[in-house]
Design a protein around this ligand. Sequence first.
Ligand code: NDP
Length: 502
Amino acid sequence: MTVHQSKPFESLSIDKARRDAAHFINGEFTQGTTGKSWTNYCPMDNSVIGQVPEGGRAEIDAAVKAAREALDGPWGQMSVVERTNLLAEVADEINRRFNDFLEAECLDTGKPMSMASHIDIPRGAANFKMFTDVAKTVATECFTTPTPDGTGALNYGLRRPRGVIAVISPWNLPLLLMTWKVGPALALGNTVVVKPSEETPLTATLLGEVMQKVGVPKGVYNVVHGFGPDSAGAFLTEHKGVNGITFTGETRTGEAIMRAAAGGIRPVSMELGGKNPALVFADCDMEKAIEGTMRSVFANCGQVCLGTERVYVERPIFDEFVKRLKAGAENLKLGRPDDPTTNLGPLISQEHKQKVLSYYKKAVDEGANVITGGGVPDMGDMNDGAWVEPTIWTGLADDAACVQQEIFGPCCHIRPFDTEEEAIKLANSTDYGLAAAVWTENSSRAHRVASKMDVGICWVNSWFLRDLRTAFGGAKASGIGREGGVHSLEFYTEITNICLKL
Ligand code: NDP
């Protein structure tokens, strides 16, 4: 493992004003009325980025009211073409301000710019473009129905926006995951109130500037910063003016939000945690399996919901696989976001670092062999940052906490298996069901095994290869519902069947 040492983040051009966050309500930036705020820290070195206002009930009320008025007013009256043209301009403006978004995202998360410039920001823009295409091509379901008197009836389904949508988003891919919801919500005619993660307030705020610039009517896109319980997150999800809640985050938070949504029977869309397996068969292409597993375990410092934390390897290639993954992990370069050679940034926060380190300790207590890592690297003048070592274990029991619970760090457990049936059983043996990866060159086996994974998405010989038109979501405790492409219609629109007797 190479460690890069130098001064913190001086090269960024993002100006001071944009390092402080603000709510964006009814088309205006505001610090709100609570008088409360918190300090936003950069996880690279724990330096202060700026201040974030904490919203209360008054800010949530104002944002929901503005969203409702926009829905009943200019936004609701716009044609699909006018609306989607505006959203295509939002995507273009994000791309024009690429560097501002990139710097804001990397300040908040500490993630390598090489990653954010390939994934977070381009996908943030693409999420608007893709769903404008979906919205323009929504088909109407239509049936003619025979009636006893022989005249018949015409049935057609009218799809209308669901209304005011609450968007609650996490910190790991902040702009990407927020726009993954805001894009389809707006394209399909809804308005939104977003509560970004407390850890990553900047890009949601910046998107307000984009909305202003391209002339999206006020109240269509609102942002209120705050925390979860007893704060903006809870106030938003409990608000009776909200018609649907779309959430990405931890399963336990999802349960709290479902309880809030029960008041008033509001629908939810939930993209939750995972403890994703990779199955590596002896007939795999070893190069590809190692390269793919390196990415799926360590990308974004392991803070990807789809990331692999359990690796099952067929016994004949187990030792070689462990040796090569260890070598790969030890070659990763931890460093500053703006160093193009950096592979791995810090975790998101000190709090998350403590959580991941508690699992590193627990793994040892549970009897793991630590193949590599397990501690905190020496990062020189960045030692106050949220750094942990990339870590690999073997030897844990199948019911160990580190095998069953989502850690969300740069770590995995590798365990051998002997038969395909055993591998399938092991893969499905947690409460979660988000994603799986299968590595084999035998295409019959690939289809057979993939079809038996209890997950929302199964990759074969790849990982994180996404087509935004496909259904995305989790099985079991990993979520409710599917979003993506036309599947987003289910959540972001309400269908009224109109039956007209001829
Ligand atoms: P959290 O569940 O901690 O937080 C997500 C969001 O919910 C934050 O904005 C948070 O606010 C807010 N929140 C927390 N409590 C409440 C509440 N009671 N009511 C309303 N809002 C609340 O998730 P993380 O941000 O830690 O993100 C990591 C998690 O997200 C992992 O479990 C990961 O697997 C999952 N995830 C799932 C994905 C998927 O597609 N399935 C994709 C990406 C991540 P605040 O930050 O202020 O506490």
